[in-house]
Design a protein around this ligand. Structure first.
Ligand code: ZN
Length: 665
């Protein structure tokens, strides 16, 4: 599972939740790179890499090679013409002798950049096919390509969506993603229903995740497995080669076992081996360096089984890890002192262990568009019996935060100079702390009463759960304990978090929603719920009798002003107590009332105003990352004596190099 929510939060700007000046930044690091179509390219800083040991650096070097070798797999998974089109277009891009400033060539260049970004011809987020803005005649003349290819590119009826989710249609036949061949949705569903029924019910493997489902000419349906000697064999062989080169530099024996199991699974395609691998991986928590490499997420399959290939190599962020550990170490204190009724508190609470990492490389379905948090494995029984690893990727959130500085968002939406100053000084800092409190303590606090069904809140469950974690964080970030533990510099810093969260919940988060639509996503609903509830219930309750918080209209623009931060904190405490009661007792009606009253509807005129102000800022809605380049320094015997990281490679340059150096055709 991926945490994209924060990505949405940051990349959509919501500067107030993210901007601020206290993120440690290396002098002169360029976070912002080129922009094209609806994309802003960024770079991330692998701070701390130089301080790693030679063994760790060498380990990362080989693992990042393994991460880059899977790239072509994803292109093919996303659609069966993608690789052919990429190669054809790269050739044209590099060899074109005509006017490179012409309208056709410029439009073609943008198209190729989008194709690289999406690993295919469909939008990475919306999944709709790109519309070429260069002419069909020009492209046909320059490439001499077939009618079939022209049809794929230019005919809007052909492969219009990568993943079709429209109810009532055959989702397999109408999706362009390349996971099924000649099979209808009904045939695929029947096939897997049978396979699942025949398999282990207690400990089911992830059926179908590593194969293409094919119907042969004589009507037999079978799985074409993705292994070193099966489909994608050439790419997987290179991935395995580099995993084997990495193995001697692993940090402990358990990590070597992880690699051995992964290699064995790539060689056999055996899903029981895959389960053993994930168990070994989830239990391997000591090493500083860790990695994901494999068929992982199933968002690209309309039936949600086939997993796209991805990789990330990372290492623990020690400073942030220490911060999270400090919270976890005090978990019991936070539980005992929370405003929740005693019967809903955990007797013994265990903080979730530290989990802040720095990405060293992004590959496959995590590149260039990426998640900022990952929670794996996806197998339910492995999670239940062996746990999971849940990480936030600090240097990516840092890059989002740094790049959104100066984009005009803060100036446009913040109420006044005093608020702006607070956010600039403490915004990013308190946002990280808020995330830590939410993840390390919030989700883990409280308990259900014995007979309560964990699913009792049904469709409102995830909004209530997110609100619970957020309120826990909002309540405690204003506590003296934060300053006492050295997590905040002074007693005013938390105000930056309140400004950001309230402004986001009341105003800015809706820039992601189409005018006229409602709020659907659970994290967004949670933020609206808290902010609108506090706005409503703080009426007349400020120390001076005013409203705790108010919406102010100035020159036709709406702003949020917080009049009494201390009482706002009290309100968060009250709502936390109520939300925990709802969760603990499974009070469905109360959950529904809260969510439907405060978290779903958007005022049409306000929405229109916010969208107009946001559009005027001209901020790219999507962001992605150019990878750093790792160069090994070798001695005369060919042993690596150091690994140097650089950040100067351009976007097109990187894509062309990957196509040249990490492609098996
Ligand atoms: Zn959460």
């Amino acid at each position: 599972m991926r945490n994209l929510t924060k990505t949405l939060l940051f990349s959509s700007v919501i500067a107030l939740a993210s901007c601020g000046g206290s993120v440690k930044q290396e002098e002169g690091f360029n976070y912002i790179d080129e922009r094209f179509a609806d994309i802003q390219m960024l770079r991330y800083n692998v701070e701390g890499f130089d301080e790693l040991s030679l063994q760790q650096k060498t380990f990362i070097y080989h693992l990042q090679e393994a991460a880059l070798w899977g790239r072509d797999i994803l292109f093919d998974q996303n659609g069966r013409y993608n690789l052919e089109l990429r190669r054809m277009m790269e050739k044209l891009y590099q060899e074109y002798q005509g006017d490179r400033e012409s309208t056709d060539f410029k439009a073609f260049e943008t198209y190729l950049k989008r194709l690289w970004f999406s690993s295919g011809i469909h939008h990475h987020y919306g999944s709709e096919k790109f519309v070429p803005e260069f002419s069909k005649e020009w492209f046909a003349a320059e490439t001499g390509c077939s009618e079939e290819i022209l049809n794929v590119l230019f005919n809007p009826e052909v492969m219009p969506k990568r993943v079709n989710q429209a109810q009532g249609e055959d989702l397999v036949l109408t999706s362009a993603s390349n996971y099924y061949q000649g099979v209808t949705q009904a045939e695929a569903e029947a096939y897997y229903a049978r396979v699942k029924a025949e398999g282990d019910q207690q400990h089911p493997v992830m059926h179908g995740m590593n194969s293409t489902l094919v119907k042969s000419a004589d009507g037999v349906i079978y799985e074409d497995r993705w292994t070193t000697n099966g489909k994608y064999g050439k790419s997987l062989t290179k991935v395995v080669e580099n995993l084997k080169l990495a193995r001697p530099f692993a940090e402990d024996a358990k990590q070597q076992e992880v690699i051995d199991l992964l290699v064995s699974y790539y060689e056999t395609g055996d899903l029981h081996t895959f389960d053993q691998y994930t168990i070994a991986w989830v239990e391997n928590t000591d090493p500083l360096v860790d990695f994901v490499n494999g068929f992982t997420e199933s968002y690209g399959d309309p039936l949600g089984m086939k997993a796209s290939w991805e990789s990330i190599v990372n290492f623990k962020d020690l400073a942030a890890t220490k911060r999270a550990e400090q919270l976890s170490a005090n978990a019991q204190w936070f539980e005992v002192n929370s405003p929740v009724a005693p019967e809903f508190k955990k007797e013994k609470v265990k903080g979730v262990s530290a989990k802040v990492i720095r990405a060293a490389i992004l590959g496959g379905d995590l590149y260039p568009s990426t998640a900022i948090g990952i929670n794996l494995p996806n197998s339910n029984w492995v999670r239940a019996e062996h746990g999971s690893k849940s990480v936030t990727i600090a240097n990516l959130t840092q890059a989002y935060a740094e790049s959104s500085k100066g984009n005009g968002m803060l100036k446009e939406f913040v109420y006044g100079a005093e608020e702006e100053e607070l956010v600039k000084q403490y915004g990013a800092f308190t946002d990280d702390l808020h995330t830590d409190l939410h993840e390390c303590l919030g989700h883990g606090s409280g308990k259900l009463l014995p007979s309560v069904d964990p699913e009792a809140l049904k469709a409102y469950g995830s909004t209530i759960e997110e609100a619970r974690a957020d309120l826990f964080a909002l309540y405690y970030i204003a506590d003296d304990k934060m300053v006492e533990l050295g997590l905040l510099p002074n007693a005013d810093a938390y105000k930056a978090c309140y400004i950001g969260q309230m402004q986001n919940g009341l105003l800015t988060q809706i820039v992601r929603i189409k005018l006229g639509d409602q709020i659907e996503e659970a994290h967004m609903r949670n933020r609206a719920l808290i902010a609108y509830w506090a706005l409503e219930n703080g009426k007349g309750r400020a120390a001076d009798g005013k409203d705790v918080m108010e919406m102010v209209n100035r020159d036709g623009k709406t702003y949020v002003r917080i009049n009494d931060y201390a009482v706002l904190r009290t309100l968060f405490g009250e709502l936390l107590a109520e939300i925990q009661r709802i969760k603990s007792t499974g009070d469905f009606e109360a959950a529904r009332d809260l969510v439907e009253t405060y978290a779903v509807k958007i005022d049409y005129d306000l929405h229109k105003e916010i969208l107009a102000r946001y559009e005027a800022l001209d901020i790219a809605p999507y962001k992605g990352f150019i990878n750093p380049v790792y160069t090994p320094i070798k001695d005369a015997q060919g042993n690596i004596t150091d690994v140097v990281v650089s950040y100067t490679e351009g976007y097109a340059e990187q894509m062309l190099r990957y196509s040249k150096d990490y492609s098996v055709e």
